[in-house]
Structure formats: C-alpha cells, structure tokens
Design a protein around this ligand. Sequence first.
Ligand SMILES: [Zn+2]
Length: 329
Amino acid sequence: MKKYKYLKETRLIKIKKFLFSFTMQVILFSVLIVSFLALCIFLFYQKLTGFSTFNPIDNVPNILREERVVETSSSVDDDSSIDEKKDSKDIRKNIDSNPTKEEKVSDGSSFLYDSKKNEGNLCDYDFSEWNKTCPPELRVVNGSNPIPKDFKPKSLKKFSNRKSDKYKDVRNSVEVSGEVYDSLTKMVNDALKEGVEVFVGSGYRSFDYQNNLFQRKLKEVLKNEKNREKATKIASKRVAKPGQSEHNYGLAIDFYPIDYSFEKTSGCKWLLENAWKYGWVLRYTRENMKDTGVDYEPWHFRYVGDYAGEVKNYKSLEEYAVAKIKQRG
Ligand SMILES: [Zn+2]
C-alpha cells in the first residue's frame, strides 16, 4: 500500500514537471511569434511610409547641418501613398503618355530658412529690382523671391527620354520650357556620344501642379500638427509653394534618379564637368545652402544660358547676382 502511494506521488511529480516544461515552451514560442510579427509590421510600415533610418543628407558637412533643419530627400521625394499617386497621375495625364510611370518629385524647395538664426543670409535677399532688369535666365527664384502667379513660360516642349534598361521608372517624356529644350537636347546627346546616359526626371511644373504637391504635403503634416498655421509653415519647408520653385519658372531640370544615388552616376560626373558648356549650373550645392535656403541637390540644374561660365565661378546664383548689383553701383 505504501509502495503504491510512493509510485503515485512520483508519477504526479513527473506530470507536474512535464506541465511546467510544456508551459515554458509555449511561452517561449509565443514570445518568438510576437517578436516576428512586430518585425514584420515594422518593415511593412517602413515600406508604406517611406520612413527610413538612412539619411542621405548625412553627406552634408556637420557645420552646415547644425545650422539648418535638414530635410531628407526621401521625405520630399516620396509622395508615395496610393491616393497621392492616383492624384499625381491625373495631374500629369497631359504630360506623360505612359501613366504608369510616376514623376518622382523632389523639390528644390525644402526650405530651411530661419529668419532669426540666418539673418543676413542671401536666401532672404530681396532680388526684385535685379529680377526686373537682369536677363531672364539670370532671374533669382527662391522662397523670398517668387515669380508672379500668372507667369507662364513662352513655350513648352516635350523632352523624350531614351528607353532605359537600368531605370524602368524613368518617364518617357518630360515637359520642359522651350527656352531650354535645344541646349538640354544637345547636352544629353553629346553625353551619349561619350557613352554617358543622362535622363531627365522633372522639368517644368505648372502652378497648379506645384500647388497640388504643396497641398498634399500640407495634408500629410496636418495629420500630426492640428494648428493650420504651424502646419503650413512646416509643409512649406518641405515642398515649395507655387511660384517659389525654379521648376515653375521653367529653367530647372531634375536629372534622374532624383535622389542622392544620382551623385554616384556617370551622368552626374559628366554633368558636373560639362553642363556649364551648354548653359547649365548645379544650383544647390553643399557649399551654398545658406545662399539658396535649399538642401544640397546633386540632381537639380539651372539654366543660365551664356552666363554659365561666369556663374559657375560663384558659390551660388544669389552670390553672382549680388556681385553684379554691386558692380552696377
Ligand atoms: Zn529640382
């Protein structure tokens, strides 16, 4: 009888041990599953929002970075929600015959100007007098010097990109101002003769289109910032308001790809060496952010025509214009 009781107790202990070990395994397994799901959700969110821990502006020297609220290119480029893509297709239906290819818009417009901090910087300079009297291709267009609301380029032309095996998303054609069409075409063809492919990602943007970009950015900001005035301010730092972008003026081109990977392309290297010969200058450099009020953008070139040889010797178009104003006396 005693022996039987002993056996019963041993079996009970074994069952308890088994249950304990089983429970622990279930808990461990659940923790692993939850962690895995959390990782999946995080990756999905990252893909959906374009949020990235990689900040391309990290290339910018520290001194410049500290002085400005730097906007990453990706946040400006990525108008990437599904609804937004649908909207932008509608806007561009007259521009691009292939509606499946999206124009990736990075604006020369992530405004970083802080009136208190950057007092005296050239991006706040009033160029209205200069703009009235200078040749049209030297006109300064920035956050403090917008073009009139009724401005339209004299003519618009479709620039056709070559088919690219490397870049499937590059648009078939991009609308550019008639003033820049010939020089742009010659430049791209000459680059090709030297074995370098250059693609145009963005050219002229109408006020409506620019306004749509701005409104979409504002809508996005309003999700987190309920104060409309504050939200407008934040949005305008990321996407230029209509009239404040050189693309509205028609004399700016964004080469493809419109992100910091462009810096590594043979096209970028070729343009840095040769674009001035065709009338183009890199507009937003690492060195001139205080003058322009815009982040460094290796893809954004500005047409200044016959003056390119002169302008390239200055840090920025703003600095060039001020030097000319001083010469006038
Ligand atoms: Zn641009």
